[in-house]
Design a protein around this ligand. Sequence first.
Ligand code: SAH
Length: 351
Amino acid sequence: MKHLIDKLEKNRILTKEEFMYLIENRTPETAEYLFERARAVRQKYYGRDIYLRGLIEFTNYCKNDCYYCGIQKSNKNASRYRLTKEQILECCKTGYELGFRTYVLQGGDDPFFTDEKIIEIIREIKKGYPDCAITLSIGEKSYESYKSYFDAGADRYLLRHETADEEHYSRLHPKELSLSGRKQCLKDLKEIGYYVGSGFMVGSPYQTDENLVEDLLFIKELNPEMVGIGPFIPHHDTSFREFKGDNGELTLFMIGLIRLMIPNVLLPSTTALGTIDPYGREKGILSGANVVMPNLSPVNVRNKYLLYDNKICTGDEAAECRSCLENRMKKIGYDVVVSRGDIRTEAIKGE
Ligand code: SAH
């Protein structure tokens, strides 16, 4: 087992069979070895720095019906909200004062926010905070729309591929959504010049170990700047409510593998990890992650952006989330830094 981990660190890739073997035969000991190597590799590029992203969940209206997601269109129990441009800018102001230099605008696929509105929001944020990066996470759009946001100043785009297997994709999404459509979007985003983030849920319904290997190989091929992965957690108002959600251990293992596969990748320790385990985000960092994404959304809407059950930090002010995470990182020996947190392409000198 260890020799496969060493091989992955050296070659940055394994065969499908080797990845399968590692995943299927993993033990707490091999996982510990993987995490040790993942930390060492992360250290080469990022030292002990942890990058912050301020997450602004600006709408929970959605025209899609992804079966796993709590804010899917068909969920009549979801109480819907949209933030105004002024509210979004207020979140940015609070965030800036707290040391955030990246804003992530995330939402459902909400047609109310036309390209014109999105462009205006991007322009105003860039005008007020020219030293900050803007990341969008607003789903599938046309090449032209992506290009217009980029031209307005958006820097990065998060669009998880969710699963790289066609058949699995169709079990997680209604027929209007396809893996090929998703992949086309990722290709367009790269071509336009965004820093791109992809990723997947670990333990989503019907997922096999083989699917996870396909996800890894897809990510290797795409070579994104960011990879967002987190455990699937059921939401009580979805048809997936009965599926199990204890996927933390496997999620950490995947984080470790991804760190070795793309050594300098930006890898968040997600809120979903923190939701299934009170020390989940710390464990994510100790498995090779280097980014945390505290919530900057106004407190009165927090408990409405519920993609899954029991989401943490829904009652806290942004400042509380920020200092809580800083303390958590300090306790495990890492430093939250004030920085845009761009991808580093060279190892730190002396490492
Ligand atoms: N509408 C945007 C943003 C989606 S929300 C888009 O389509 O890209 C961000 C991510 O949350 C999704 O990509 C999905 O991977 C994750 N997510 C959704 N429901 C979840 C659940 N029940 N458990 C864990 N993660 C979930």
